[in-house]
Design a protein around this ligand. Structure first.
Ligand SMILES: [Zn+2]
Length: 381
């Protein structure tokens, strides 16, 4: 890889790609141990890999307050959501061990400060609701009462369900550079990709060098399609319908927060660290229930100065197959009515797949439908 080709890519957020991986320390057994939740574990690993650059650890009070109140770090750099570690009490020492759910030590944290925080204020500003029926708010309200801040060193990375898809930002950047890509669009999803989303990615791909299909494989809602099934769908679709040299499939290790608009910003900044110059934002990105307006996750980008984020959002409407146009389209490009459009509700699609019926080719690629049908039928066999 030449330096020149790597230089073509967008710079990481804040200018430098962070690496907080390191060796297991000798004095590990002597350190006080603090357990982390699955969400904190995913944040921790993303700090280690540089996906959350410029963060080198869990946020200080100053960063936390600036982020919650103003969507910027104390340094003035844009940032949308707290990355904080909740604990019951302050540690005694100046270094602690962090442990996963199996009580294995995975990282150390250099204690910077411990501070109380206002859960309702965080909910109100970050989730735009204080309703504890919201899954992100419920998790926030259930957290321990103090935040523990400090730089981390991770020596035990979590096992990934698909190791070959677990590409760190340095690795996706290397792949993009090897292909001499400069402009790369990131696409986030937590669902199988049907024709509508295939269309978005291809419209975006027409204007850039490459596409990063970056599905969430971290913690999602229980009723989301299982990750193994989704990965099989992505592979099938990419093999059959995208030029081999133009698309990269990799897993995005974040846990969903369901913070809607703010999470869209956060997702865009993370993708910038992975080397994406552009990021697709559809309707109701990272939303849940009726907490956010359809376009809130797009409008929030206007709260930043032009070029402040550097990564360029690409906004999309809901898309569909139109029988009259004879193509995929959206209300921005098709003048025809609902009767001419192929629309299937999520419920209807699940019903069809469960029955072993292949949905219309205008809705989903038959190869993808077959993967889903096999998965839905597996329990009975
Ligand atoms: Zn039309």
């Amino acid at each position: 890889m030449s330096v020149l080709s790597a230089d073509r890519l967008i710079s990481p957020h804040g200018g430098t790609l962070v690496n907080r991986t390191g060796d297991r320390p000798e004095d590990l057994d002597a350190l006080e141990r603090f357990p982390v939740t699955s969400r904190e574990l995913s944040d921790l690993d993303m700090i280690a890999s540089g996906a959350l650059s410029p963060l080198e650890g869990f946020m200080s009070r100053a960063d936390y307050q600036h982020v919650v109140e103003e969507m910027h770090l104390a340094s003035g750099l844009p940032w949308a959501l707290p990355v904080a570690l909740a604990v019951d009490e302050a540690p005694d020492g100046d270094r602690v061990a962090l442990t996963d759910e199996a009580d294995r030590a995975i990282a150390t944290l250099e204690v910077d400060e411990v501070f109380p925080y206002d859960k309702e204020r965080e909910a109100e500003l970050c989730f735009r609701t204080t309703d504890d029926a919201h899954p992100g708010v419920a998790r926030l309200y259930g957290q321990k009462p103090l935040y523990l801040a400090g730089r981390v060193t991770v020596f035990e990375r979590p096992q990934q369900p698909f190791p070959e898809l677990a590409l760190d930002p340095a690795e996706t950047r290397r792949i993009f550079a090897e292909r001499s890509w400069k402009r790369v669009v990131g696409f986030q999803t937590r669902n199988p990709i049907h024709r509508a989303h295939e269309y978005l990615t291809k419209v975006a791909l027409e204007t850039v060098d490459g596409l990063l299909v970056h599905p969430l494989v971290g913690e999602t809602k229980a009723d989301d399609v299982p990750v193994e099934v989704r990965v099989a769908c992505y592979r099938t679709l990419l093999e059959g319908y995208y030029p081999e040299g133009r698309a990269v499939l990799s897993a995005f290790p974040a846990a969903m927060r369901y913070a809607g608009p703010r999470e869209a910003i956060w997702h865009a900044i993370c993708r910038k660290n992975y080397g994406c110059s552009h990021f697709i934002v559809g309707r109701d990105h990272a939303g849940v229930g009726d907490y956010y307006g359809t376009y809130d996750a797009q409008l929030i980008f206007d709260e930043f100065a032009p070029h402040e984020l550097d990564v360029e959002p690409m906004f999309f409407e809901h898309t569909f197959w139109c029988n009259v146009c004879g193509s995929m389209a959206s209300t921005k490009s098709c003048p025809h009515g609902a009767a001419d459009r192929v629309h299937l509700s999520g419920t209807k699609v699940r019903e069809m797949l469960g029955e072993g019926d292949v949905p219309p080719v205008e809705f989903t690629r038959p190869e993808v439908a077959r993967v889903l049908i096999d998965a839905y039928r597996r329990p009975e066999e």
